[in-house]
Design a protein around this ligand. Sequence first.
Ligand code: FMN
Length: 451
Amino acid sequence: MKRQLHLNLFFHSRGHHEASWRHPDTSPYALTDIRYYQDLAQRAEAAKFDSVFLADQLALGEDVAQAARTWLEPITVLAALAVSTRHIGLIATASTTYTEPFNLARQFASIDHISNGRAAWNIVTSWLATAARNFGGAGQVTHDDRYARGEEFMAVVKALWDSWAADAVLDDRASGLYADSGGIQPIDHRGDFYRVAGPLNMPRCPQGRPVLVQAGSSDTGRRFAARHADAVFTAHMEKATAQEFYADLKSLARAEGRDPGHVLILPGLSPMIAATAAEAQRLAREVNELTDAEVGRKRLSNRFGGHDFSDLPLDRPLRPEDFPDPATVQAARSRTEVILNLVRRDQPTLRQLLGYLAGARGHYVIAGTPEQIADLMADWFNDGAADGFNVMPPLFPQQLETFAGEVIPILQRRGLFRTEYEGTTLREHYGLDWPQSRFDAAVWASAAPGR
Ligand SMILES: Cc1cc2nc3c(=O)[nH]c(=O)nc-3n(C[C@H](O)[C@H](O)[C@H](O)COP(=O)(O)O)c2cc1C
C-alpha cells in the first residue's frame, strides 16, 4: 500500500497559541469540562485522524494568573474518550520518574481494554523542576538519572504487560476453569530502582501492549526512543533540523534491530489557515497581539532551568551569550537547542522570539492557505522529515475545523491520507506489528487481530 501520512491531534488549552484562551472565537467550554475533550476527539475522529494526544505536567504553571494552563488528569480523560469515540487512537502522557510501573501498567492496560485496543502512552521523564517538589524531592532529578530510571521502568511495564498469555482466560463455566495458570507468570523483577513480583492482575490487553510514544530529543532521549517508541513526537522550527532528526532516529532504530518503518516520526505543526495568505497572516497577528511578553519571559526561564532573563531588553537582537549553555540545562535540553539555533540563525529580538514561541512553544508555526499547508506537509513527508504530523491548531475548535474541512481533503485527493479507518486499533492505524510476549508467539499472532 502507498505510504500515507499519520496525523495526531494534540490537545492544549483552547488552542496551541498561548493567547488562544482569550480569543473570542475559541471554545466556550471550561478546561475542566469533559465535553470540551469529547468535542475535540469527536471532531478529530470525523476527520479520520489516527489519534489524539494529551500532554501533562505534574505541577501548576507559575503563569496561571495570565495563562489558561489547567487541564484534567490525562489517563482519566482517556477513559471518558474511550467510551465517546469508536475508532481514534488515545494517547496520554505519564511520567516514569513519578509513577510506579505496576500502577501505570494497569492503568494503560485498562484503557486499552475499555477502548478495544486504542490506548497509547506518551512516556516522559518529567523535566519540570517544580514537579520534583510535589513528590518529596528537594530538587530536580538529573537528566541522566531520569533516563536511567526510565529504562528500568520500561523493562518492568513491558514484562507486566507480557505476564499473561493472550489465551490465558478460559472463562469456562462448564469445567470451572476461569484461567490457565500456566499462561500467567510472575516477572520477579529486582533492579536498581524497582522490585516488582508480578504478574499483572489483569489479562493481556487487546493490542498486546499499548502503543508507546516518546518525545525525547537529546542524545539519551533519542536512544531511549529508538529502543522503545512506536511513534516519536518532536519539535522543529525548520525542515533541515527535522530531516537530521528523522535520519538519526531511523538509523538509531535500525541499530537497535528494529524496523525503522515501525518508528513513526511526527513533528509538531501549528498552522493558522485562511482562504488567502494575507488573511491567515492577519489572523496570526490578531492572536499575537493578545500575548503578554512577561508570560513568555517566565516560560523561557522555565525552559532554561530557571535562568533569570528579567534584565534582557525586549527590543535588542539576541546573542547566544544571552542564554546559558544547553549542556548545563537539566530540563528539556533539546528544546533549548532549538531556541539557540533560531537565535544564531535569525538574531531575533527577545520580543520577536517570545512572539514566535507563543505560537506553539518552539514547534513549527505557519500561516497560509489550505494548499500551502498541504504542500508543506507533503514536502516534509516526501523529503525525509516526517511520517506524519502532530497537528497543533492555534485556536480550538475553529482552526481544527478549518484543517479538517480544507486541508485534509486536499491530502486525501493526493492519496496521502486515509478516507476511512481500515483497522480498529491504534496499532493498525499506525501500521505497527503485534508485540510478541514470552508466551507462544504463533498463538498470539493468530488470536490478536480478530479480538
Ligand atoms: C510534542 C511533545 C510533547 C511533549 N509532551 C510532554 C509532556 O506532556 N510532559 C512532559 O513532561 N514532557 C513533554 N515533552 C518533553 C519530552 O518528553 C522531553 O522531555 C523533551 O523533549 C526533552 O527531551 P530530552 O529529555 O531528551 O532532552 C514533550 C515533547 C514534545 C516534542
